[in-house]
Ligand binder design. Structure first.
Ligand SMILES: Cc1nn(C)c(C)c1/N=N/c1ccc(/C=C/C(=O)NO)cc1
Ligand SMILES: [Zn+2]
Length: 367
């Protein structure tokens, strides 16, 4: 098996400013802080663990190339692209669009390289140059919608890669499975009326964005049934996520028959994440990964690619990422230093209200 891996040092240079979630503001008590919740150090630490663990030597480097304007315009409006480019030239940069997604001067180049990293991985997976792979890109993308960015996302990396797979590589059906803990509202919006891209979002119900990601959001027009939302209750752990995968995601993929599966791989559903309240462990992410690898082998000759989204625990994201990469390499799961603490908090038991939420999603009308 040849497993591709995308990382670029500048992904660790994304400047998230001196705020924590909101920009620092002495008039409202928002003190400056060294590490914004989305500080890139979390993802740099993931990369460094991959390197120090020895896994990096077993992965095939995939070189990120900046997405072109044409790549970006397949998904985003010219106005959004122009605004990001313009603000990226300012001495202190700008914001993706919601006032709490800052980027520094040169942020456009980093965001274009993030989207380009996803494109390069997909290109090599579809051409079978590599069997599968992981794009550890930054900034993330799944909240970015056609006309704007939000939630730390500037461009929708995974949608730009999906559009590339369709328009340049000629694929007809692409599935996006989003296990980031927040609703993949941007990805959903981009493809909402398009039956050629199935979007599936597992997320903590109403965690972010506000009032988004309801079960009833199922697509529109020709796209009706091709957007699937699986809102999960807070404190959902490994058992609930694996059950949702088995009961909702895999059946939907089998019905859609994608030629390529893209996984929006956020680790903010983890039990140690500060921006959500789920209880997934590194073992849970390994189990989810096993399942999507197996269904890709079953449906599309193993054409599956993983693209980094959120994940905000600098302590635990590295171990969640390592567990996913070990699964890609075919290595058995190995407990990490946090396992004794995180695997004994009850997330390994499926609770009735979790099962009920999942059954509701399973019984949503077919596509
Ligand atoms: C509510 C609210 N109101 N306002 C003004 C702002 C700025 C609000 N939250 N911002 C957030 C909250 C969570 C995220 C997570 C992103 C992620 O990891 N996605 O995968 C990003 C921004
Ligand atoms: Zn997230």
């Amino acid at each position: 098996m040849t497993i591709g891996y995308v990382w670029n040092t500048v992904y660790g240079w994304a400047d998230t400013g001196s705020g924590s979630l909101f920009p620092a503001d002495a008039t409202t008590g928002l003190q400056p802080i060294g590490h914004h919740l989305a500080h890139p150090d979390t993802k740099r630490r993931f990369h460094e663990l991959v390197a120090v663990s020895g896994l990096l030597d077993r992965l095939r480097p995939v070189r990120a190339v900046p997405a072109t304007e044409a790549d970006i315009l397949r998904v985003h409006t010219a106005e959004h692209l122009a605004r990001i480019k313009e603000e990226s030239l300012l001495p202190k940069g700008g914001d993706a669009g919601d006032g709490c997604s800052p980027f520094g001067r040169g942020g456009y180049e980093i965001a274009a390289l993030s989207a380009g990293g996803a494109i390069q991985l997909v290109d090599q997976v579809v051409s079978r140059t590599i069997d599968t792979g992981y794009a550890l890109v930054n900034p993330p993308g799944h909240h970015a919608y056609r006309a704007g960015g939000m939630g730390f996302c500037i461009f929708n990396n995974i949608s730009i890669a999906a559009a590339y797979a369709k328009d340049v590589l000629g694929l007809e059906r692409v599935a996006v499975v989003d296990w980031d803990v927040h609703h993949g509202n941007g990805t959903q919006e981009i493809w909402y009326s398009d039956p050629s891209v199935l979007t599936v979002s597992l997320h903590q119900h109403l965690c972010f964005p506000p009032n988004s990601g309801y079960l009833e959001e199922r697509g529109t027009g020709a796209g009706e049934g091709f957007s699937i939302n699986i809102p999960l209750p807070p404190a959902s752990g490994d058992a609930a996520y694996v059950h949702a995968m088995d009961e909702v995601v895999l059946p939907a993929l089998r019905e859609f028959r994608p030629e390529l599966i893209l996984v929006a791989s956020g680790f903010d559903a983890s039990i140690m994440d500060p921006l959500a309240r789920q209880m997934v462990t590194s073992a849970g992410f390994a189990r989810l990964t096993r399942r999507v690898l197996d269904v890709a082998a079953e449906l599309c000759e193993g054409r599956i690619a993983f693209v980094q989204e959120g994940g905000y625990s600098p302590h635990y994201v590295p171990f969640c990422g390592l567990a996913v990469l070990r699964e890609l390499l075919g290595d058995p799961y190995e407990p990490d230093p946090y396992s004794p603490i995180v695997s004994t908090q009850g997330g390994d038991v499926l609770l009735d209200h979790e099962a009920e939420a999942i059954q509701a999603a399973a019984h949503a009308p077919a596509m």
